[in-house]
Design a protein around this ligand. Sequence first.
Ligand code: KIV
Length: 274
Amino acid sequence: MSAQTPSVKRLTPPDIRARKGGEPLVCLTAYDAPMAKLLDPHCDFILVGDSVGMVVHGLPNTIGVTLDMMILHGQAVMRGSDRALVCVDMPFSSYERSKEQAFDNAARVLQDTGCQAVKVESGVYVAETIRYLAERAIPVVGHVGLRPQAALAEGGFKAKGRDDASRARVLEEAIATDEAGAFAIVVEGVAEDLAREISETVKAPTIGIGASARCDGQILVTQDMMGLFDWTPRFVKRYADLKTAMEAGVEAYAAEVRARSFPGPDQVYKARKG
Ligand code: KIV
């Protein structure tokens, strides 16, 4: 084994693609190294989502997220993981102007972070860009249905496929994304029957979010499913209640500091040793 060979092999875009119709893909978001380390043994795919803008930076939507932010968070997630495929979101305005702009920025993300793939929100007009990137060896994940970067234009985060025209548009987006060469497609905010139809139509594995178990896998924002916030999207099941646990911990800490009753280093060390 050479010094460069890592002991654990990371999943690759072909590994993810090969899961079409097979064992469901377990996917979550991470924005920092400790979270990536925690998720890595359980996840096939870790997304450094531009949701980082809302979840970590307190932005109202993802429009203000920059390429530099994505690169910084992508680097941290790569340091914290060694098994899952890490995909970094291309933020708003980093890929829409031209195929060349998309290539330059996507290449920078791959080179500066060491991640395995980038994700673009793929309206039909983005298909040409996906093809350009894929032909130049940039692994691309598409994202159809509810596209958060369209939130300003659409007046919020709107579920898709509620009428025939919207349904046909999402299906068209998914087919265009697939034919352009995306190796996986995130399908967000669509009803179960449309998720099934998309998954049965496209060759790439579909990764649902608010799109039922009829996809080839699921992705959620980790902080949402771990219950860190008061509000989470209606479709998110909470698997833990981190907010309550953290509030209780902080309250207990504050009370001890105020009462000067917190333990000194020796007491802590003894207690932790058991
Ligand atoms: O930015 C994000 O976190 C996403 C989702 C698919 C979770 O795009």
